[in-house]
Design a protein around this ligand. Structure first.
Ligand code: EPU
Length: 367
């Protein structure tokens, strides 16, 4: 037996059958195959195994942004278990932090804050892993992760070749990147290098955050992290099994970016229905576009917080989080999502697009 056959057998031994992958929404069926890859060699072996068995691969991070179909996934679910964090000081005064894809996101933020490194603080409490962060360019409270990403390290699925992308190659935009767009399913992200700033304060760009610091523009990292965690917790956006809203996938829809005239239509509908002074949350999104708040649109089109739809429902603290109230199927979550989309469309003429990754569905149109 060659060495290569030996390691191939080793990974084959570790591939388990019929595993229900962990997702925070806690719906859906099993993966036909499941493996946790430790390091580059096991990842390469797992990809080779999937190729030779002609099965599709889904890379699972923390499971916090995934909607798994009831039929499960007829392929290999692959989870990366690289939990290394390395720190390197550079001559220009910045600090490069290199984190493996399997590092829990909030542990990285905690690490950065503990080492007095600015750049990630407002992203405290976001569930998931480092490897998933660049895919949808996670963001919160005025910071997007793309602001501090220096490089994304990946393996090309088709060839097994290692690739390093500079941040400006990744096509980062609001909740988007090439990894989610034109490069979808082409790469497995193995690690991310962040360029962080030692000894600086955190920017306070977001209203909820500014209010906590009496209108200051910046604040110390530790206090900012504490404030962000408190705000997120008050909206059930920190994963906590003691919270009745915990079975969810965070924001279920992205905030829609629409043309100015469509935003104006939303304002007109709001003024007609609820009076001239009705504030409509909206933010300039560049190129004459406007970002609207999906949570507001949902609530104002008739779904109250805590809305119940059988075993599915809405978070009692935030309409943008669809929840599994206990024992819900993926089909029930999808049905509620469809109802919400139809009602928001009918009320405001705005199309909401789901944010989580749908796994095991024929397409996002079928449950
Ligand atoms: N709103 C309502 N009703 C609701 C929910 C929100 O009227 O049920 C209104 C709020 O009052 C506010 C506006 O909608 O005026 C925006 O709400 P919020 O500040 O809670 O933020 P969001 O736009 O719903 C986004 C991100 C979150 C991030 C927060 C804070 C998306 C899809 N979501 O939510 O992203 O934490 O801003 O920056 O962009 C996450 O989902 O885990 C996440 C990190």
């Amino acid at each position: 037996m060659t060495h290569q056959e030996g390691t191939a057998l080793k990974i084959a031994d570790q591939i388990r059958q019929n595993v229900r992958p962990f997702t925070t929404l806690d719906v859906g069926g099993a993966a036909r195959w499941f493996v946790r890859a430790h390091g580059a060699q096991e990842l390469a072996q797992a990809l080779t195994w999937a190729k030779s068995h002609q099965v599709p691969v889904f890379v699972l991070g923390g499971g916090s942004n995934v909607l798994m179909a009831d039929a499960g996934f007829d392929g290999l679910v692959l989870q990366l278990a690289d939990h290394h964090i390395e720190i390197q000081h550079t001559d220009d005064g910045r600090c490069l932090v290199h984190a493996g894809a399997g590092v829990v996101w909030d542990e990285l933020v905690d690490f950065a804050v503990t080492h007095d490194l600015a750049g990630l603080t407002c992203l405290s409490g976001i569930p998931g892993c480092v490897g998933a962060a660049p895919i949808q360019n996670i963001g919160a409270y005025g910071q997007d992760v793309s602001e501090t990403i220096a490089q994304v390290h990946a393996v090309e699925r088709a060839t097994g070749a290692s690739r390093t992308f500079e941040a400006d190659e990744c096509g980062f935009a609001y909740r988007h990147s090439h990894f989610k767009g034109r490069w979808r399913d082409q790469f497995v992200i193995t690690a991310v290098t962040f360029a962080l700033s030692p000894g600086q304060q955190a920017p306070l760009r977001y209203r909820d955050l500014k209010e906590r610091f009496a209108g200051q523009d910046t604040a110390p990292l530790k206090e900012t992290r504490q404030a962000v965690l408190e705000i997120r917790r008050s909206k059930s956006m920190v994963y906590d099994t003691a919270d009745p809203n915990h079975r969810c996938a965070g924001s279920f829809f992205v905030n829609p970016i629409v043309a100015e005239k469509d935003a104006q239509h939303v304002v007109e509908v709001a003024q007609e229905r609820w009076g001239q002074d009705t504030p409509v949350p909206q933010y300039p999104a560049g190129q004459g576009k406007v970002k609207l708040a999906a949570g507001w649109l949902i609530e104002r089109s008739g779904f109250e917080k805590g809305h119940i739809a059988g075993r599915a429902g809405l978070s009692s603290r935030h309409c943008l989080a669809l929840i599994n109230r206990g024992g819900a199927s993926a089909a029930e979550i999808v049905a509620l999502a469809r109802t919400i989309q139809a009602q928001v469309q009918q009320t405001f003429g705005v199309q909401l697009e789901p944010e989580p990754t749908w796994v095991g569905f024929e397409s996002q149109d079928t449950a």
